[in-house]
Design a binder for this molecule. Structure first.
Ligand code: ADP
Ligand code: MG
Length: 346
């Protein structure tokens, strides 16, 4: 029950990923009723937080959250900088000195964030702001904990209420922030800040899952395909999923601009997607993909679980997908994959 420090760090990473991923979308929401910078603001702020990670990852949860807040205040222009910044700084104070958060601590963190947003922004629920997502989420979390639900279930309910809150913001007029200048014309559009808060609660919910190593023994081995070519990566993935539709498999290829190469960030993300206590097998197409993969392993929180296997990309991926999806362990799968190299095709 509750969340440990590793899960809080994971939450921060996931929140940063989501802000990068939804940057354009959040900015579009803000174009309708504001000045079109909310996604840019949040993505910039959380990217700065990620850069600070080496400085805070060894601190306690209180200090981690406080540093996130201070970084957001100093890097985000617009209202959301001081609002999110205060929310995280207050959350840090509520979690002062802690290495893990119980459900009651999480409730205190939610309340502190809400208190921070209200002190800074002087808004109430119903004014078409981030409060319309975070207040119902916190209420749902409290209710679910009181009913004896576990942390992740309680967060799932909170998350659902947050997104319902976003829907609700479409029906009301903004009376705080830039959107209030539009008056009645703000009706019909969802609030950007309520949307980013809901992505934040998505991230918290995902991070609250069972930490690697404590999951059920039935977890299957994850597989990552790393090619220099996005097309090859996609094609091998298609074939593997055709053979083993339930395989825990991800593929990445090419650089972020679509050109040929291997991208460390993308490899790390693919590994995270399939991370499993049963282990992860990484397959590469050409020798130089080994370097990105090796770095990704070194930077992972669980390097001991990841194995880069020297096997032909296509055959290796197909064997691994089939063997892992029937629940075989990693040693057996690697053995089969190595053999896939020498087995004659005809
Ligand atoms: P700006 O409005 O300065 O351009 P952003 O676009 O980054 O800043 O953030 C806008 C979001 O901030 C809004 O969608 C709303 O959710 C939130 N917001 C603005 N003012 C307030 C306030 N006074 N209280 C709570 N939230 C607010
Ligand atoms: Mg704006």
């Amino acid at each position: 029950m509750g969340m440990d420090k590793q899960q809080i760090l994971d939450f921060v990473d996931k929140f940063a990923d989501k802000m990068a991923e939804h940057k354009q979308e959040l900015t579009e929401y803000d174009q309708h009723i504001g000045d079109g910078d909310h996604g840019i603001n949040m993505a910039r702020g959380m990217a700065a937080v990620e850069e600070k990670k080496p400085a805070f990852q060894d601190k306690d949860i209180g200090d981690i959250l406080k540093t996130v807040g201070m970084t957001l205040v100093s890097t985000v222009g617009g209202a959301s900088g001081p609002l999110y910044g205060t929310a995280f700084m207050k959350a840090g104070m509520a979690a002062k000195g802690k290495e893990e958060l119980t459900d009651d601590d999480l409730i205190a963190v939610f309340d502190a964030m809400i208190g921070g947003i209200q002190t800074r922004g002087k808004a109430q629920q119903g004014e078409k702001t981030m409060l319309d997502a975070i207040i119902p989420a916190a209420d749902a979390f409290k209710a679910a904990v009181a009913e004896g639900k576990d942390t992740q279930q309680a967060l799932e309910e909170a998350d659902k209420k947050a997104w319902e809150g976003v829907e609700y913001t479409k029906t009301i007029r903004a009376t705080k922030g830039r959107a209030s200048y539009l008056g009645e014309r703000s009706i019909g559009f969802q609030d950007p800040g309520a949307s980013s808060i809901s992505y934040m609660i998505d991230a918290l919910t995902e991070a609250s899952g069972k930490p690697v190593g404590e999951s059920e023994a039935t977890d299957t081995v994850g597989i990552v395909i790393v090619s220099h070519s996005p097309k090859i990566a996609e094609g091998v993935l298609d074939l593997a999923l055709e053979m083993a539709p339930n395989a825990r498999i991800a593929a990445t290829g090419g650089l972020s601009d679509g050109s040929i190469g291997t991208d460390l960030t993308a490899v790390r993300k693919a590994i995270d997607t399939v991370m499993s206590p049963a282990g992860v097998i990484v397959l590469i197409d050409l020798g130089s993909a080994y370097m990105s993969s090796e770095m990704a392993v070194e930077m992972s929180d669980h390097p001991e679980l990841i194995h880069i296997v020297d096997a032909p990309l296509l055959e290796g991926a197909l064997f691994a997908a089939v063997e892992s999806s029937v629940g075989n362990d990693i040693d057996r799968i690697m053995e089969v994959m190595r053999k896939s190299k020498i087995e004659p095709k005809f």
